[in-house]
Design a protein around this ligand. Structure first.
Ligand SMILES: NC(=O)c1ccc[n+]([C@@H]2O[C@H](COP(=O)([O-])OP(=O)(O)OC[C@H]3O[C@@H](n4cnc5c(N)ncnc54)[C@H](OP(=O)(O)O)[C@@H]3O)[C@@H](O)[C@H]2O)c1
Length: 310
């Protein structure tokens, strides 16, 4: 690999950043493609890494970077649609174009970050669009164009969105009405995920495969929220909501309250457990990692509050 080129899409993201750090030393050159090059400064410090601006909806803005690329990784994804970005465009149309252009440019391996339960017939638009892309990728692989799809449950690590987002929310509210409290998750540590991605690039072990990828333990949504409260010593009353109230909360957050904290599409995704009995398993538990960054962040805030006389 030392004479090869890696091009990675969605460069400013949580998983992409981890992958660039992990993989850069295996390659001669790493091209990080992003819509926000300012957000990719942290990876630019690596000597063989360059960051390039592109537009996912404009094929010619990225085709030139695929020339002489050996491995492509796609980490582009959204959790919610906006007026500018639909699941169909971001999760399917972009992937379809990227696969086609990668093949045309003789890319050897295409690694794609999908999601657990992705399925064209899945309950939510998020899962359907991810599933449609997975199908398209798999239908295009052959001995020359190898593909590897990873389908993770929640991914955790210092910059994750799950634990950090809920920690930030719980700090400021005394009562938390929790939708879909019994939905199950199997969080995978971002460094474990990155090791599997690295192995899939350095070996042929996962060629032309689609792999569920989860952590060593399963937790309900309620258990994860209570875990955050316990390690940060935050006082907040969690009120588990039943199916109807969960749906009503999602309805309110979709159509009335701004910010898309929890949409109807998110609610639909949570109707299937985010766990897997088969597939790849990381070894690292949340208990080994999450306290190191959540309690640190809360302590920092405590210091600010103390300084401010609160
Ligand atoms: N984190 C998890 O728990 C988790 C779980 C299951 C699946 N996944 C999947 O894994 C992939 C990476 O996740 P992540 O946690 O690293 O997500 P992330 O931090 O949000 O990164 C995704 C990246 O996609 C790009 N992007 C976002 N909206 C876009 C749009 N409208 N058009 C084009 N590019 C856009 C952005 O990169 P630039 O701004 O740099 O262009 C963004 O940084 C995603 O496909 C996600 O669905 C993640």
């Amino acid at each position: 690999m030392k004479d090869k080129i890696l091009t990675i899409f969605g460069g400013s993201g949580f998983i992409a950043s981890e992958l660039v750090y992990k993989l850069s030393e295996n390659f001669k050159e790493v091209r990080v493609l992003s819509r926000n090059i300012e957000e990719c400064k942290h990876v630019k410090v690596l000597k063989n890494v360059d960051v390039f601006l592109y537009d996912a909806s404009n094929i010619s803005s990225y085709t030139k970077y695929l020339k002489d690329t050996d491995v492509v990784i796609n980490t582009v994804g959204i959790l919610n649609e906006s007026s500018k970005s639909t699941f169909e465009d971001v999760h399917f149309n972009f992937v379809k174009n990227l696969v086609n252009k990668s093949r045309e440019n003789n890319v050897e391996k295409f690694v794609h970050l999908s999601a657990l339960n992705a399925d064209q017939k899945g309950p939510s638009l998020y899962l359907q669009s991810k599933g449609k892309a997975d199908e398209y990728i798999s239908s295009n692989n052959d001995g020359k164009f190898k593909t590897v799809v990873f389908r993770p449950s929640i991914v955790f690590g210092e910059k994750d969105s799950f634990f950090n987002r809920f920690n930030n929310l719980l700090k400021y509210i005394p009562i938390f009405p929790l939708a879909c409290p019994e939905s199950m998750f199997s969080p995978i540590y971002v460094k474990d995920l990155s090791s599997f991605v690295e192995e899939s690039i350095l070996t042929d072990k996962y060629d032309n495969q689609s792999n569920d990828i989860t952590g060593p333990k399963n937790y309900s949504f309620k258990e994860l929220i209570k875990y955050i409260l316990s390690i940060t010593k935050t006082k907040c009353m969690v009120i588990p909501l039943n199916y109807t109230l969960s749906y009503l909360q999602a309805f309110a957050f979709t159509y009335i309250v701004p910010g898309k904290i929890f949409t109807i599409d998110n609610f639909k995704s949570l109707q299937i457990d985010n766990i897997s009995t088969t597939g790849l398993k990381g070894k690292t538990t949340i208990e080994e990692i999450v306290p190191s960054y959540l309690s640190k962040k809360n302590n920092k805030l405590d210091i600010y509050r103390k300084d401010a006389g609160r």
